[in-house]
Design a protein around this ligand. Structure first.
Ligand SMILES: O=P(O)(O)OC[C@H]1O[C@H](OP(=O)(O)OP(=O)(O)O)[C@H](O)[C@@H]1O
Ligand SMILES: O=c1cc[nH]c(=O)[nH]1
Ligand SMILES: [Mg+2]
Length: 212
């Protein structure tokens, strides 16, 4: 997979405008959550772009026609807890029949290593397009670990959707999972010493859920 196939940055003006509003430190919890939900639907448009299609015969008021419909087994959306849930709900509104799974991971603040606390995913992952969602791709340790687990559970066709990515995380994902395309709204500058994305937006989970 070439670099341009591996990383897609969604530069649509509505995405970029909403992302700027989310980055601002005075955005309230309610505003932050609402904006993330709105952006998730715009990003979902991009991440589902290549879903397989088939057709079926329908009857319009005027005539019979062969009309396009989605093919194959349902999509599996996987939320990397807990911040992933901020992307999940909006996408589910667009794809209400999707199956949903959860990978519970938090990042140890000292070591920046992921600590797993939950894993529950739909059956037959190998037959599905699997879209893993987490707003932040920082060191990449969490997303690499989550995708390791999804592959162990049988997933073969995986995409990773995030709001912000750091170059360090993109490189780590490319090394560990070169077959997994990343779709994001922004490739930011770098990570700071605490592993936060700069300029970033802070801790996505805390901002979304109003915790510290
Ligand atoms: O790429 P990494 O360096 O691993 O960092 C990214 C991870 O950090 C955040 O989660 P966090 O650990 O804060 O958990 P939370 O979602 O419960 O807030 C974020 O949602 C990612 O899962
Ligand atoms: O900047 C960052 C890095 C990891 N997790 C976050 O929520 N924000
Ligand atoms: Mg967090």
């Amino acid at each position: 997979m070439s670099d341009t196939e591996h990383l897609t940055i969604v530069k649509h003006p509505l995405v970029q405008h909403k992302l700027t509003l989310m980055r601002e430190q005075e955005a309230s919890t309610a505003k932050f959550r609402q904006l993330l939900r709105e952006i998730s639907q715009l990003l979902a448009y991009e991440v589902t772009r290549n879903m397989e299609m088939t057709s079926k015969t329908i009857q319009t008021p005027l005539m019979e026609m062969e009309a396009p419909v989605l093919d194959g087994k349902k999509l599996a959306l996987i939320s990397i807890l807990r911040a992933g849930n901020g992307l999940l709900d909006g996408i589910l509104e667009l794809v209400p029949a999707a199956r949903v799974g959860f990978v519970g991971l938090y990042r140890d603040e000292e070591t920046l290593q992921p600590v797993q606390y939950y894993f529950k995913v739909p059956d037959n992952l190998g037959d599905r397009l699997v879209i893993a969602v987490d707003p932040m791709l920082a060191t990449g340790n969490s997303s690499v670990a989550a995708i390791d687990l999804l592959k162990q559970a049988g997933a073969t066709n995986i995409r990773f959707l995030c709001l912000l990515a750091a170059p360090e995380g993109v490189a780590r994902m490319k090394e560990a999972h070169p077959d997994v395309p990343i779709i994001t709204a922004s490739l930011d500058s770098h990570l700071n010493e605490q592993g936060y994305i700069v300029p970033g937006l802070g801790d996505a989970g805390d901002r979304m859920f109003g915790t510290k």
